[in-house]
Write a protein that binds this ligand. Structure first.
Ligand code: GNR
Ligand code: NI
Length: 172
């Protein structure tokens, strides 16, 4: 297993639409293992493959609390089948938008079909933090970041600060 570098905004790779996976094989399982190790090391509660530069429709998540045993979740080719009409705000962050947190409105509940670690078809009925996280991750598969849900002014301000932070770390 390996901890992979996480791509941060602004970066054109974060804007691409990820491609469906044709087969859940050992190579893909290795990618998912590495993604989980990367996510735990960050630490984060979710990660999309594009955040480590792989444009495939693959997501890992773990929403277990610190004292609980890990509960890794793997989503291959996830599809949103339904979302609730009622929406709510949640303060989101993103490993690809480090150190910025802003409220985003999303449907409070969602139903997702996906393939699991073994390639078996599954359905997830998500609410609460799980619903927030899976919708945030599925946005990544479309090249969308949580800052794309904010006003243009807020987004430009955050991107400007991220660009500046990149320049500073490059000259360090
Ligand atoms: O670790 C993460 N925390 C988080 C908090 C609120 C809403 C969404 C997230 S996902 C984020 C990890 C990440 O960037 N996944 O793409
Ligand atoms: Ni993210």
């Amino acid at each position: 297993m390996a901890v992979l570098p996480i791509i941060t905004a602004p970066d054109p790779r974060l804007k691409v639409r990820s491609e469906p996976v044709s087969k859940v094989d050992d190579d893909l399982r290795k990618l998912m293992d590495d993604m989980l190790e990367t996510m735990y090391a960050a630490p984060g509660i979710g990660l999309a493959a594009i955040q480590v530069g792989v444009p495939k429709r693959v997501i890992v998540m773990d929403l277990s609390h610190d004292e609980q045993p890990p509960q890794p979740l793997h989503f291959v080719n996830p599809e949103i089948k339904w979302t609730s009409d009622d929406k709510g705000p949640y303060e989101e962050g993103c490993l690809s938008v480090p150190e910025f947190y802003e409220e985003v409105e999303r449907p409070l509940k969602a139903r997702i079909d996906y393939l699991d670690y073994n390639g078996a078809q599954q359905t997830l009925d998500a609410e609460g933090m799980t619903a927030v996280c899976i919708q945030h991750e599925m946005d990544h598969l479309e090249g969308i970041l949580f800052i794309d849900h904010l006003s243009r002014l807020k987004r430009q301000m955050i991107l400007k600060k991220l660009t500046k932070a990149k320049k500073l770390s490059a000259s360090a």
